[in-house]
Design a protein around this ligand. Sequence first.
Ligand code: ADP
Ligand code: MG
Length: 912
Amino acid sequence: MDATTPLVPPGFESGQPPDGAARPTPVMEQFIEIKAANPDCLLFYRMGDFYELFFEDAEIAARALGIVLTKRGKHLGRDIPMCGVPVHRSDEYLHRLIALGHRVAVCEQLEDPAEAKKRGAKSVVRRDVIRLVTPGTLTEDTLLDARRNNYLLAIARTRSSATQEAGRFALAWIDISTGEFRIAECDQAALAAEIARLEPGEVVVSDALYDDQELAPYWRTLPAVQPLTRDVFDGATAERRLASYFGVLSTDAFGVLTRLELNAAAACVTYVERTQLGKRPPLSPPTREAQGATLAIDQATRINLELMRTLAGERRGSLLATVDRTVTSAGSRLLAQRLAAPLTDPATIARRQDAVAMMVNDPGLRGDLRERLSAAPDLARALSRLVVDRGGPRDLAAIRDGIAAALGLADQLATRQDAPAEIIEAVSALRQPDPAIAAELGAALADELPLLKRDGGLVRAGYDAALDEARALRDESRRVIAALQANYAELSGVRSLKIRHNNVLGYFVEVTAQHGDRLLETPLNATFIHRQTLAGQVRFTTTELGALEAKIASAADRALGIELDTFTRLAGLVTAAAAAIKAAAEALAALDVASALAHLAVTHNYVRPEVDNTLAFVIEGGRHPVVEQALAADGGPFVANDCDLSAPAQNKSGRISLLTGPNMAGKSTYLRQNALIAILAQMGSFVPARRACIGVVDRLFSRVGAADDLARGRSTFMVEMVETAAILNQAGARSLVILDEIGRGTATFDGLSIAWATIEHLHENNGCRALFATHYHELTALSARLPRLFNAAMRVKEWQGDVVFLHEVVAGAADRSYGIAVAKLAGLPASVIERAKLVLTKLESQDRTSPRGFEDLPLFAAAAPGAPRVLQDPAAEALKAKLAALEPDEMSPREALEALYALKAATKGKDP
Ligand code: ADP
Ligand code: MG
């Protein structure tokens, strides 16, 4: 640091030291230096039993954590804001800060304060940052959700000068707690959907991309986006950095990667190295996801279909929670991954289905497997922690038990000659770890393991002779101390005399204050040497105790030293076998998912869907997986329904179902169940139906009219229209579109007109398979002229003046809306119901004010199909209007000239 220009900590930018302001203290100087090296992190600065935060960090943390903001000393003449968290509770505070998207640098004391004192009274304890905690690079179980992946995502973009490639993005994502590493490319239109699928814990982008005009507002909607300096995304060094992480000479081994992909991948590993301070968590070699390999589902659709969580934000009640029957955390994570990214290749889907089918057909095997799996620990996460030196004794035990479970499962499955490919592959991966590692861990580790290695007691007695000897000495001395206490009590005549221990004094003799004087006087003071007088007690030492203490300490130190060495050696064994252990961990997860989906299929009566490359969409006896289970819990039956949106023979466009029926009849449920069945089918699961035949869907869209989106502060109708626009612009022949009451958010005739035109566009331009639910009965007239549109309705019955919902989908249009009947069911006062009936009869008998029938609406007048629609510029429109108003024949030459001037001025935006 330049001594003449002191670094100004954040929050003190304009601070000039007032006259006579003291120089920063040495501790403050040290803080400022360390803070300067970690400018974009909150600095947890270790001081004794606390992590302290200073300056702006303190203000941010105090606000975020709801802890007290205090002051400590002055810097450049001003108070230094400060807050602190106790070390033993720091995980909890870290967790909350990380969840809010902050990054934290943890700065520890690297020596004993006593060491520092030896260098002189003023010297400062050596400190440095030992780790950076960021939302995307966590490994601790306390900071992670066991059932979810936590991704760090790096995004690179082509430089805008490279015109032919401009607007291409590469995504590279890593879960350092499991070692997963993937890469994909996409264009800007698909970027948000890709990110929505991954739900990254943290995103890193270059400074330039972070500040990009178009994308900057979007980045702000994501939880933690970190801009990084250009060198992290430097194309020239990308390949070298990536190869060096994996210790290989060239990245060719990873298959052909584009330069853009290399950039993103290198940025990702570089950031991992930086946050782990050079340690390299075990990563799988990056695998590339081919474009279009997964079903594209945008953010709004994911939210809408409640795939991973409900609209209220909870896991419970989501599709994921409903179909998750896994018994391990790793299995649960893999299932979530598959659900978030269903496949589009029928052969790959069939591979997964084959594994599920095998488990469906063999209940004995399935039960056995699930029992063994449920005893298997989280291998992948234990492994990552051990490699980055954050592991504990229990992580070693997890590796021991995980390998044993893997080998046991492999033996059990090996007897199956007829096993499908996915299972055969899993078996060979399960056998990869060397059984000798598990045996060594088994021999070395004690039965009851401490949480932290520094607590000692992790090595089994009898494993290491030197350790056993040191322990015996230590324990023997402890017994001697107990005997000594009895001796001293007798010698002094103080029965309550105790020998105690603390970190400051070590072992000491303690008596209550009333007995203190006796020990301070002759003859006892020859034995007892005064150390400390407290309010209630007096403390002493003796030469004997001092000698014993040294002996105990050295024996205990020696024992702990041996234990720590053993731990390091065992962790080294594990680290060396990281790749094999990771492979086995993945295989365990895959087996868990296959048997869990089979268990689900059997217990809930799901069938194997046929998935192919046609444009079929036939579901017989389909059910909504979530509603069905919810109803079952209440003892109610779910009414199964059919759906056929298949493209007619020789046709490249699918059919559209127009569904009408009163509120509460089951329209939304039916729409969603068909979308969910497609998702389940393409993720490789069986589906809740009697039979299903699905031509692969490449994009799925689902929108609900007037969805409340108050959180983002947009008008609900605006949101509805923006989302509908996205669908009409993007859906293709392979897409599946679900529109639920589009147009509901505005006045009746507006809404009806928009819905009308939307259906026409879907039918004529998009050609996708679609379901459209509406309460506009007028729309049913469209089926007469749109050949691939057909009407369906929810059946209801009227019984003694009440409406009864049968939840059954039948061909044809609903006869009327039953709104008043539904209102009655909802408990509106009888007087209101009666009055409403009266008004309705009156209204129905009158002529309606606006369009008489809908038959005369021109069908395809809106725009030529496919023609891009140009947004109209209001200024240009105004100018056009002015031009049209001119009557050249009626003007004098002078008027004509003035009109010209006026027009000229108007183009500059100045209306004369
Ligand atoms: P709509 O969209 O027509 O207003 P919903 O789809 O919201 O109706 O359904 C209303 C309620 O009816 C649901 O909460 C569900 O409990 C029940 N329901 C819907 N479909 C079925 C079905 N097929 N079988 C049994 N109950 C159903
Ligand atoms: Mg509805």
